[in-house]
Design a protein around this ligand. Structure first.
Ligand SMILES: Cc1ncc(COP(=O)(O)O)c(C=O)c1O
Length: 397
């Protein structure tokens, strides 16, 4: 008999990332000599921009690697605020910016601020899986609202109102989303912000993929919710990150823009949960906003857009269902039910027989998960072309 005490119930409620299992199986195949096209990986293949690396090296050489304020380096908070003015045309007070250990820590801080036991947060299903786990770890109740092509696979003002109960504390939206790559249009975002405010709740918007938006007019920018939400903008929580647009996943750095009256409480939570975000990463990230870095990142954004422009029609041509064109990030959420009613089995077979690694829908929720798979275009165009050719041969045979 096991004499150790049982673990807390919350641990049993946390699902593992199936994508990691796909990745492990893919690596095992590679170790056995097979080639695999990786379309499961949720991070940019581009390396950290040179100016950022150089800034990190200078920081290391200078030796000033001590804890910072839990809110982050003042210079970095100001630089992030300035980025909103330069890039998105919105004015953000630097005092509202909290630098965090990835947007993951930002999401956890905001949930810890807002959610009490049994309180509900509305989330889209499919959606980014960690969100429901953050809520659950805090003894709250994540409520997955089934979404589909009719609302761009996003929550809408109408679905939020419909699922709201007296116990609902707020709604969390990722726009552009993981796994669907779809965006909430600005007018709908304004309606959502107004609806959540009218219902007495809080809106959290995850804009981690916003910098990677496509179909923009030359020199144009996708609007931040801070620009679309009108009078509600001061009461929103916006979560973002250096991971995706800035190609800095492993540096573990993100930020939250919070209503000013909540900054002190978020600071207390951050102090206690992790003291401060990584100092080297913060000093490195100061170089993110230099014109030469932004120019490089814009080239990379265009490379992602070209990959999307290749992959979506190619998948449709193979018979996958992609009813809404993804407009950001680097994922395509495709209906694979025509090939197999069980997308987990389909992913296993595609990996074993075609040597293409993709992620089953089960990672992103329950709603029609077995009918969907996620493709990531985080590999070079030649590899994407190879992946599509492999799928074509597999599906034909
Ligand atoms: C929608 C979304 N939010 C948040 C995160 C967390 O990213 P990070 O902690 O690296 O900022 C991810 C990572 O894939 C994501 O897809």
């Amino acid at each position: 008999m096991d004499s150790l005490p049982a673990t807390a119930a919350r641990v049993g409620a946390i699902a593992p990332f199936h994508v990691m299992e796909v990745q492990t199986a893919a690596r095992a195949l590679e170790a056995a000599g097979r080639s695999v096209v990786h379309m499961e990986i949720g991070e940019p293949d581009f390396p950290t921009p040179g100016p950022v690396l150089a800034a990190a090296q200078r920081a290391l050489a200078g030796g000033d690697i001590y804890y910072t304020s839990a809110l982050g380096l003042p210079d970095l908070r100001s630089a992030i605020a300035q980025h909103y003015a330069d890039h998105y045309g919105v004015s953000v007070a630097p005092e509202r910016v909290i630098v965090t250990a990835g947007s993951s820590a930002g999401l956890l801080l905001v949930m810890a601020l807002l959610v009490d036991r049994d309180q509900r947060i509305l989330l889209s299903d499919p959606g980014y899986p960690c969100n429901r786990h953050f809520v659950r770890v805090l003894e709250g109740e994540p409520v997955g609202v089934p979404v589909g092509p009719d609302t761009n696979y996003q929550l809408s003002a109408a679905t939020i109102a419909q699922h709201w109960t007296p116990n609902t504390r707020g709604a969390l939206i990722a726009s552009p989303s993981n796994p669907t790559g779809t965006t909430v249009p600005p007018a709908e975002m304004a309606a959502i912000a107004a609806t959540v405010a009218r219902l007495g709740g809080r809106l959290i918007v995850d804009e981690i993929y916003l910098g990677l938006s496509y179909d923009l007019p030359a020199g144009g920018r996708a609007p931040s919710v801070l620009g679309s939400a009108g009078a509600c903008a001061d009461d929103l929580f916006v979560v973002s990150s250096f991971s995706k647009y800035f190609n800095m996943t492993g540096w573990r750095l993100g930020w939250v823009i919070a209503p000013e009256r909540h900054v002190r409480d978020l600071e207390k939570l951050a102090q206690n949960l992790y003291i401060s975000p990584s100092t080297v990463s913060q000093r490195a990230a100061l170089a993110c906003f230099r014109p030469e870095t932004i120019a490089l990142l814009e080239e990379r954004r265009q490379a992602f857009e070209a990959r999307r422009n290749f992959l979506v029609p190619a998948l449709r041509n193979l018979g996958f269902g992609v009813p809404v064109m993804p407009t950001g990030g680097f994922f395509v959420y495709a209906d694979s039910s025509r090939f197999d009613a069980d997308s987990q089995r389909f992913c296993r077979t595609v990996l074993a027989e075609a040597g293409v690694a993709i992620t089953p829908g089960i990672d992103f929720g329950r709603h029609r998960a077995e009918a969907h798979v996620r493709f990531a275009y985080t590999v070079a165009m030649e590899k994407l072309e190879d992946g599509v050719a492999r799928l074509r041969r597999f599906l034909a045979g």
